[in-house]
Design a protein around this ligand. Structure first.
Ligand SMILES: Nc1ncnc2c1ncn2[C@@H]1O[C@H](COP(=O)(O)OP(=O)(O)O)[C@@H](O)[C@H]1O
Ligand SMILES: [Mg+2]
Ligand SMILES: [Zn+2]
Length: 509
């Protein structure tokens, strides 16, 4: 007898339909899995055999063929355990179900018959809905992640036995209740706060602009100036995620298997700080399991590269594509996968090998040749994609000892949220959420300058010898500064401030 179970596969962060067919034929006892299974899927047959026996069912020695279709996509992971086990039980007539074809089913089995959570439930549910599937059976531990999507009934179970009992008589069961995103929007508590950073007004202002417009930012300053501290404070002032952004980011963390089971959704912008000793694969994603890397986990949030020049050059080079296209393409054996990687890059570095170049209080002991060599490690193409460069000086004793309470992160965040709301309205329906992501066409449309601003910009280009690459960056940053100001038009003071955040243009040519 033949059994057919609807299941799903994952490609990048997209799901697609997979049919699991079980054919019980006559012949010598064997189990064969066909349809491009990976090692984990192949191992499924051994797990399923034990699980069926340990769940109180019969495993009759027969010639069993498991066919996963479509045949041309690689089936990865252990999520076909449950459909395969159910298919075998159905094909051997150990249960009947009139509406088996209405359900999408997936889950990993442990030998004792329990169902373990799987990766990628959220993107799968969204695709299932697109495919017209109205009911889905998932591991109980994945239920929360599955419960934000309307239009599909989700049933969560803990064991194979429970699923069989359900399928025998589904009308006695209610689907899992839907969760409301708003219920998790509680205020997050941070240990860091902008009010704890003494002085550094210029740096904090630049951070505020970067957060408001989603701009990439590089901090340059001597050791101990507070660069790392400033970056660590950034999450406290980032704008709220929109629901659309939250779902996008959650999909990626779901595929990576990194979601908090209780919440099942990401509602705060991620802040990822991979260490420079980490591998390139950890940064970009891929490898044998093709999981998303740090740059994708940072999607809609921050990728912080502290001490930028410590990172291997090829790790930095590889950031070029995602910084340009906001996705990363990973080559795999069968085909390539794409993961979103739309992050805000925050980086820090010393100005020279000794750290004191440009300092008003300490003398730089480096030779010009040493400094040139040091700066040449900064790859041009990477620099091209950074909107703001700022110099962070050591905080003065007066500022450090001051009892004056600085502005809190909550106050700054309020301004950031306002400026981001202006951008959300501006870009509604265009697929982007922030000024930093404007294409050239949008820049011409939304960043028009008056005569005075034009003149200032032209003069700066000539006097400071700025590169053409700086032009659009300055306009985008000026747009964000105007948004923070609540101004519809960009004014000369906004452009002047934006020009001030190009310190490297003045240094390296
Ligand atoms: N502006 C500041 N206000 C308060 N503390 C500061 C400030 N700047 C530096 N510090 C203190 O100095 C320490 C070192 O700063 P850090 O962020 O590690 O510097 P950097 O990354 O530039 O080398 C911080 O942990 C913090 O305790
Ligand atoms: Mg540091
Ligand atoms: Zn030096």
């Amino acid at each position: 007898m033949l059994a057919k179970i609807n299941s799903f596969g994952l490609e990048g962060i997209k799901g697609y339909g997979v049919t699991v067919e079980i054919d019980i034929g006559s012949g010598l006892p064997s189990i064969e899995v066909v349809g491009l299974p990976d090692a984990a899927v192949k191992e499924s047959k051994e797990r399923v055999k034990s699980t069926i026996r340990n769940s109180g069912f019969m495993f009759s020695p027969k010639k069993i063929t498991v066919n996963l279709s479509p045949a041309d996509t690689k089936k990865t992971g252990a999520m076909y355990d449950l459909p395969i086990a159910l298919g075998m039980l159905y094909a051997t007539e150990q249960f009947t179900c009139d509406e088996l074809d209405l359900y999408g089913i997936l889950g990993e089995l442990s030998l004792d018959g329990n169902i373990k959570p799987v990766r990628g439930i959220l993107p799968i549910i969204i695709s299932a809905l697109d495919l017209g599937c109205k009911k889905i059976i998932v591991p109980k531990a994945n239920v929360n992640e599955a419960s934000y999507i309307d239009g599909i009934d989700v049933y969560g179970f803990e064991s194979l036995r429970q699923v069989v009992d359900f399928l025998r008589n589904p009308c006695g069961y209610e689907p899992e209740p839907k969760l409301d995103l708003a219920q998790f929007r509680e205020e997050r508590k941070y240990v860091e706060d902008f009010s704890l950073v003494k002085g550094q007004y210029a740096a904090k202002r630049a951070m505020e602009i970067a957060a408001a417009g989603g701009h990439n930012i590089l901090m340059i300053g001597p050791p101990g100036a507070g660069k790392t501290m400033l970056a660590r404070c950034l999450p406290t002032i980032l704008p709220e995620l929109t629901i659309g952004e939250a779902l996008e980011t959650t999909k990626i963390h779901s595929v990576a298997g990194l979601l908090d089971e209780k919440k099942g959704i990401i509602l705060n912008r991620p802040f990822r700080a991979p260490h420079h000793t980490g591998s390139k694969v950890a940064l970009t994603g891929g490898g044998s399991s093709a999981r998303p890397g740090e740059i994708s986990l940072a999607h809609n949030g921050v990728l912080f590269l502290d001490e930028l020049l410590e990172y291997p050059r090829d790790s930095l080079e590889i950031l070029r594509q995602p910084l340009e296209d906001n996705v990363i393409t990973i080559a795999r054996a069968v085909r390539t996968v794409e993961y979103p990687a739309n992050f805000m890059l925050v980086a820090s570095m010393n100005p020279c090998p000794c750290g004191n170049y440009g300092s008003k209080t300490h003398e730089c002991t480096c030779t010009p040749a040493q400094i040139n060599k040091y700066m040449s490690k900064l790859s041009g193409p990477l620099m091209d994609r950074i909107d703001l460069h700022i110099e962070v000086e050591n905080v003065t004793y007066g500022d450090l000892a001051s009892k004056e309470k600085g502005e809190t992160s909550a106050e700054v965040k309020e301004r950031v949220n306002k400026a981001r709301q202006i951008q959300l309205n501006r870009f509604a329906g265009s697929g982007i959420y922030s000024n930093a992501k404007m294409n050239n066409q949008m820049v011409s449309k939304y960043c028009q300058l008056d005569e005075e601003s034009e003149r200032l910009l032209k003069m700066s280009f000539e006097r400071l010898g700025m590169s053409a690459r700086a032009y659009n960056r300055i306009l985008k940053v000026a747009r964000t500064i105007a948004d923070l100001d609540g101004c519809i038009d960009i004014r000369v003071m906004h452009v002047a401030e934006a020009i001030g955040y190009r310190s490297l243009d003045r240094r390296v040519k």
